[in-house]
Design a protein around this ligand. Structure first.
Ligand SMILES: Cc1cc2nc3c(=O)[nH]c(=O)nc-3n(C[C@H](O)[C@H](O)[C@H](O)COP(=O)(O)OP(=O)(O)OC[C@H]3O[C@@H](n4cnc5c(N)ncnc54)[C@H](O)[C@@H]3O)c2cc1C
Length: 296
């Protein structure tokens, strides 16, 4: 199959890249390992600053995509005695229904004309004369491996970075990201027994509990909270799930709460890749370490 652009990954970066390219009149294919209905399901804090939506010129998210509105952030010192409250238009935003947010972005990419190949696992880039000219991918329904030829391959496969990791050395793209620059995260969405709400995201700094990272409590409305923590994956780093159960879930607000969703994932918190392009390839999103280097 031949395309102008093949986008690997239908996460936030992939859907926006596909939408942008399709709106420019290019023939776009998106390869995503998840099934279409699972796209958007992601281990995340679910918080999104309103200014990000505006800066990429998206319309306001539909009402059913927003779980709650945020007015700012409260940052707690390790002894919890000092609370730094940030209230500014740059820190107002949303707590998202993450899956619906992903489906909303996907719908915009498809409406712009992009073609989705879901349940399709991208295997590697096809390299010819030092340039990426496409990818190979396995259809997870049939088991068939297919070649997708494109003028440009966009690696938007998130932390997996399936293309970036396999680019030839002489493209001068960092294939690997050091563990010292990665946060290992664990998060749960909990239904609280006693209704607790806040318009502020809460960040807890404590280098003993979360070396190189922090813990968070983000209130999602209807007495639900997105809670988690991240630790830097330096040698000997603590297990984030154990730290979560030892230091976060013992807070009184969690008494009698139930788990709605739980999981772990990685976040590359460093400067962006020094080089995000090569012949025939663009790297974006987490694959290019484009998360905010301070907070992920
Ligand atoms: C625990 C945690 C909490 C976070 N909290 C927040 C927050 O509150 N606010 C915020 O803004 N950011 C947060 N982030 C960061 C944010 O989630 C990521 O920066 C963002 O989702 C990256 O988007 P992406 O499109 O680059 O990657 P992803 O969203 O990871 O999308 C990558 C896509 O590629 C697909 N894929 C991967 N490999 C393949 C393959 N081989 N073949 C086909 N498809 C493939 C995946 O299935 C996925 O759909 C958090 C991250 C973590 C881990």
């Amino acid at each position: 199959m031949k395309f102008d652009v093949i986008v690997v990954g239908a996460g936030t970066a992939g859907c926006l890249a596909a939408k942008t390219a399709a709106e420019a009149g290019l023939k776009v294919g998106i390869i995503e390992r998840k099934t279409q209905e699972d796209i958007g399901d992601k281990i995340c804090g679910d918080a999104l600053g309103e200014h990000h939506v505006k800066s990429v010129k998206l319309p306001d998210p539909p009402v059913d995509v927003i779980d709650a509105k945020i007015e700012g952030i409260k940052i707690y010192s390790p002894d919890l005695e000092t609370i730094f409250t940030v209230r500014h238009e740059d820190f107002s935003g949303y707590l998202l229904d993450r899956k619906r947010f992903g489906q909303w972005l996907l719908r915009m990419a498809l409406d712009a004309g992009a073609n989705l190949f879901d349940a399709t696992l991208c295997l590697e880039p096809i390299i010819s004369n030092g340039a990426a000219i496409g990818v190979t991918a396995k259809n997870l329904r049939t088991g068939r491996v297919e070649r997708f030829i494109a003028k440009v391959v966009v690696d938007a496969s998130g932390f997996s970075a399936v293309i970036r990791r396999k680019l030839p050395r002489d493209m001068n793209v960092e294939n690997e990201v050091s563990n010292d620059d990665v946060e290992a995260c664990y998060r749960e969405i909990r239904q609280l027994k006693n209704g607790v709400e806040s318009k502020y995201c809460e960040i807890y700094l404590n280098q003993d509990v979360t070396p190189g990272g922090y813990a968070w409590l983000f209130y999602k409305g209807r007495s639900r909270v997105n809670a988690g923590l991240g630790v830097c994956m330096r040698k000997g780093f603590p297990n984030p799930r154990s730290q979560f159960y030892r230091h976060v879930i013992n807070k009184p607000i969690f008494e009698g709460s139930t788990i709605l969703s739980a999981g772990a994932w990685y976040d590359p918190t460093r400067r962006p890749l020094d080089n995000m392009v090569g012949n025939g390839v663009i790297i974006t999103g987490d694959a290019a370490c484009l998360v905010n280097p301070i907070h992920g």
